[in-house]
Design a protein around this ligand. Structure first.
Ligand code: SF4
Length: 397
C-alpha cells in the first residue's frame, strides 16, 4: 500500500444557488444529474438536506474520513439522502474517470484452493465441487477470446492453489504480453514476495487481492488458518513491486457491522488502491454460512458510492455478484453509484459453472462472445459508452 497523499481541503463541489450537486468548472452539472426532472429532484433533496450535503463534502475532502460520518451515510434509508449520495458519487466518477465503462475479461483457470474461507464455495472442504485446472493452451485460447472481443485486459484468476506452478504462470504471462499485447491482471491469492516479483518481471501489470473485511478479528473468524497480517503484507508487497493493486470487500458478512464497513472505507482510502471491488455476500449451500442471509443490495450500493467518493480515480467494478444477487441484474445501479468497470467472464464451458464462489452467478451459461454487445446495450441505456482501452492506473506516481 502506498503512503497516503495529502488532500486539498476544498472538495471542489458546491451546492449551486439552485441547490444542485455541481462540480466546479464542469459546466452546469446537468450531465451528472441526467436531465431536468432529476435535477429538480436533486435540487429539492439538497435544499431539504443541507447537513447531509455538508457531510458528503466532508467525507470527500478528508484525508481519512471519520467513522461516524461514514456510519451516518451507511445508515441512511432516506430517499433524498440516497439520491444525493449516488449523485455525488456519480459526479466524482464522471470528473475523475470519465463516462467510459472499462471491460476486463476474466479467465478462471483453476478452482482448486487450499483455504477454507467460510463464505466461499471453492473452499477445500467442498467435496461436492468438481475441481479443474486449465492447461496453458486452454488459458491462452481463453485469453485470445478476450482479445478477439476487443478487450485489452485479461484477468487470470484462480483459487489459492498449493501446487500453483509459478513457472507455468510466468510462461502464460509472457506469451500473452508478447503475442496479444494486453494488460494482465493476476488474482491468485496470497503468495510470497519472490513469486509476486517473478510474475511482475514477466510483465504482469496488476494484482487483485480483496481484504474482504478490514477488521482483523472478523477476518480471523471467517478465514481459519489465514492471517490478516499476511494479507496486508501481500498488499504492501504488490504495491512496492509496482503492480497496479486492487482490493475490496464483501458486504453483509455474518458478524459484520456498519462500523466494520466504515473501517473498510477507511482501509480503501489509506491503501490508495488502483482498483476497489465491492460485492454483496451471497451464501453458498456447501459452506458453514449456508443459512446466513445474503448481503443487502442497498448497503452494497452505498459502499460502492463511498468507495468512489474516497478513492476518486480508482477503477470500481459493478461486480458480477451485484448482478447476481436476487437473480436480477443490478449492475446498472452500481454504474450509477460510482462504478466504471464491468468484468465479463471468458472461462470456457464447462468450467465456468464450476468456479462457483457463490451460487446462481449470472451469465455462467452464456457464450462469452455475447457479453460485450449485451454490456454495450446496458451501458448505452445509461447514456454512457463502453471503453475498450486498457484502463490503466490513474493514480499519480
Ligand atoms: S475466497 Fe479465495 S482463498 Fe478463500 S476459499 Fe475461496 S478461492 Fe480459496
Amino acid at each position: 500500500m502506498r503512503a497516503r497523499p495529502e488532500r486539498p481541503r476544498d472538495p471542489g463541489f458546491r451546492v449551486t444557488p439552485g441547490g444542485s450537486v455541481k462540480a466546479e468548472g464542469l459546466g452546469d452539472g446537468s450531465t451528472a444529474c441526467g436531465g431536468g426532472h432529476r435535477q429538480a429532484a436533486l435540487d429539492a433533496a439538497t435544499r431539504q438536506n443541507p447537513q447531509f450535503q455538508v457531510l458528503l463534502d466532508r467525507i470527500y475532502a478528508a484525508v481519512l474520513p471519520e467513522v461516524a460520518d461514514l456510519e451516518t451515510v451507511l445508515n441512511t434509508t432516506d430517499p433524498q439522502q440516497l439520491e444525493l449520495l449516488f449523485a455525488f458519487a456519480d459526479e466524482v466518477r464522471r470528473r475523475f474517470v470519465g463516462d467510459g465503462v472499462l471491460l476486463r475479461g476474466i479467465v478462471e483457470f483453476s478452482n482448486i484452493c487450499r483455504n477454507t474461507c467460510w463464505y466461499c464455495g471453492l473452499h477445500r472442504g467442498n467435496r461436492a465441487l468438481p475441481r479443474y485446472r486449465l492447461t496453458k493452451t486452454q488459458i491462452l485460447a481463453a485469453a485470445g477470446n478476450v482479445h478477439a472481443a476487443g478487450i485489452k485486459t485479461v484477468v487470470l484468476q484462480s483459487g489459492e492453489e498449493d501446487n500453483l506452478d509459478a513457472d507455468e504462470l510466468r510462461a502464460v504471462i509472457e506469451e500473452i504480453k508478447s503475442s496479444l499485447e494486453m494488460a494482465v491482471t493476476l488474482c491468485v491469492g496470497e503468495r510470497s514476495r519472490a513469486e509476486y516479483r517473478f510474475w511482475r518481471e514477466a510483465g504482469a501489470d496488476r494484482y487483485l487481492l480483496k481484504i474482504e473485511t478490514s477488521d482483523p478479528e472478523l477476518y480471523r473468524r471467517l478465514h481459519p488458518g489465514m492471517s490478516w497480517e499476511n494479507r496486508t503484507r501481500c498488499l504492501r508487497d504488490l504495491a512496492e513491486l509496482g503492480y497496479q493493486t486492487g482490493s475490496g470487500n464483501l458486504v453483509g458478512l455474518p458478524g459484520q457491522t456498519l462500523r466494520h464497513l466504515a473501517g473498510d472505507i477507511q482501509f480503501f482510502r489509506q491503501g490508495d488502491f488502483d482498483m476497489i471491488s465491492v460485492s454483496p455476500f451471497i451464501p453458498h449451500p456447501q459452506t458453514p454460512l449456508a443459512e446466513a442471509p445474503a448481503g443487502d443490495l442497498l448497503l452494497t450500493l452505498k459502499m460502492t458510492a463511498l468507495a468512489r467518493i474516497v478513492s476518486r480515480n480508482a477503477h470500481v467494478p459493478a461486480t458480477t455478484a451485484i448482478g447476481s444477487l436476487h437473480g436480477r441484474d443490478e449492475r446498472p445501479r452500481a454504474l450509477a453509484a460510482g462504478a466504471n468497470v464491468i468484468m465479463p467472464n471468458f472461462t470456457p464451458a464447462p468450467y465456468r459453472q464450476q468456479y462457483e464462489i457463490y451460487p446462481n452467478k449470472r451469465c455462467v451459461s452464456d457464450d462469452a462472445r455475447a457479453c460485450p454487445p449485451c454490456i454495450e446495450r446496458m451501458v448505452e441505456a445509461l447514456g454512457r459508452r463502453v471503453d475498450y482501452s486498457r484502463g490503466d492506473r490513474m493514480k499519480m506516481e
